[in-house]
Design a protein around this ligand. Structure first.
Ligand code: HAM
Length: 428
């Protein structure tokens, strides 16, 4: 019997293809560099958490909590889930480590797998990867703007072109409650035209009707929602400042009053970044403010904002845009050896090269299977080797190797003791 990866999950294999481990590494390296510039520090939380954490944070009636969490009972009868997102675990970790008592303002970033039992389709996986950031401990509108700028900087650095940022403001808890009440009243008359999901949403969380994709629900919403002004002065002022910051930085965005997001913790600013190349699952990423989550989870009243980008979706767009995306600037050095003593020398040499202090991006490899010289040179080519060191019986007797520059085809003899020196300055 052979085994296959579980439905909705994928192996991330080395080499070439979209979704390869090299692309994930490149995206992660680009991200870490940008996060460092913005002074966000890495946080790693476990992939398993208590189920109740997400029920509390995301909302008991949300799709994620009702339908999409992978959950199980551990031997102590605790209800455990695979994390469906990163924000709630990070707030949990923040409070557990008592950051709020020492150094309340913290900027975190994270890169890692998330799990949602959704129906798999292009761009929708059961195990996917997010790159995200959370700035916890500030109500400042500059933070909302910084989070959005940071997200845009990441996409730009990943050479993603043509994305669109759409922004809305849901207001504070009271504004959200007021809007829910207004919508419930306004939509009750039109209930018969709404889809089955929206009929339920009307009872549980009328805000979610706003972002229904169903055409008849959309037209009802457009009619009912036009004249609703629901933001209090404070929230209105906050939003104007956020947009002012984005304008001053030249960040392009669209205002979209229908963005509500599928997670209940949001207040104030919410945003999504979409891409037309993605089809129906068009969100590259999303985020917003969550000023009540820390207090709802037992901490003090602290503001916070964050976002997460989906790595698989970034790679879909990158592949469709035909980007060779992330140039691989590592140098490969291959040692081709023929004969027993040459093989022994190659093994010794390759391991001393692997220990050199410079050329940190270089890789060193050799043949382990007694292939012919021709086959070894083919292997070197396949690996994209910059240089090949060739050693045979002749070279062993002279105490040297032939150093071949694969680009210029130039070959020189180099004494074994001089090989490291000869390569110095030639490797990335
Ligand atoms: P989210 O909108 O649920 O937000 O997910 C963010 C991104 O993760 C999506 O835009 C998408 O790119 C990717 N994603 C979500 N589900 C899947 C899936 N099944 N397959 C592939 N990619 C997927 C959050 O998770 C919030 N925690 C974001 C946030 C951080 N808000 C504040 N801070």
């Amino acid at each position: 019997m052979t085994y296959k990866s579980v439905k909705g999950t994928a192996d991330i294999l080395p080499s070439g293809l979209a979704g390869s481990s090299e692309l994930y590494q490149a995206i992660e390296a680009i991200s870490r560099n940008i996060f460092q510039r913005f002074n966000y520090r890495e946080i790693r939380t476990p992939v398993i958490e208590e189920r109740s954490l997400f029920v509390k944070a995301i909302g008991a009636e949300t799709d994620i909590v009702t339908k999409e969490m992978f959950s199980f009972r551990d031997r102590g009868e605790r209800e455990i889930v695979l994390r469906p997102e990163g924000t709630a675990p990070i707030v949990r970790a923040y409070l557990e480590a008592n950051f709020h008592k020492q150094d309340a303002f913290q900027k975190f970033y994270y890169i890692g797998p998330m799990f949602r039992a959704e129906r798999p389709q292009a761009g929708r996986m059961r195990q996917f990867h997010q790159i995200g950031a959370e700035a916890i401990g500030s109500m400042a509108p500059e933070i909302d703007a910084e989070i959005i700028v940071l997200m845009a900087n990441l996409l730009d650095a990943m050479k993603i072109k043509g994305y669109k940022i759409r922004i809305n403001n849901l207001g504070c808890k009271d504004d959200k409650a007021g809007l829910s009440k207004t919508l419930r009243g306004a939509l009750a008359k039109e209930k018969s035209v709404l889809c089955d999901d929206c009929k339920k949403r009307l009872e549980i969380n009328p805000l979610r009707v706003l972002d229904c994709k169903n055409e008849s629900c959309r037209s009802v919403i457009r009619g009912a929602f036009k004249s609703v002004k629901f933001l209090c002065n404070k929230c209105d002022g906050h939003f104007k400042k956020v947009l002012g910051c984005l304008d001053s930085l030249g960040i392009k965005y669209e205002l979209d009053p229908y963005i509500v997001r599928g997670l209940d913790y949001y207040t104030q600013t919410v945003f999504e970044v979409t891409h037309p190349e993605l089809g129906s699952q068009d969100a590259l990423g999303a985020g917003g403010r969550y000023d009540n989550l820390i207090s709802d989870m037992g901490g003090p009243q602290l503001g916070a904002a964050g976002f997460a980008l989906g790595v698989e979706r970034i790679l879909i767009v990158a592949a469709k845009q035909g980007a060779t995306v992330y140039p691989d600037d590592k140098s490969v050095i291959y040692i081709a050896a023929m004969g027993q003593s040459a093989k022994e020398k190659a093994f010794e040499l390759i391991n001393s090269l692997r220990g050199i202090e410079w050329g940190k991006k270089a890789s060193f490899d050799t043949d382990y299977e007694d292939k012919s010289l021709k086959a070894q040179m083919r292997e070197a080519d396949k690996l994209g080797a910059k240089f090949v060191l060739i050693i045979g019986d002749d070279e062993i007797s002279k105490g040297e190797a032939v150093l071949r520059d694969m680009a210029t085809k130039e070959q020189i003899a180099v004494k074994f003791s001089d090989i490291i020196n000869a390569l110095k300055g030639k490797l990335c």
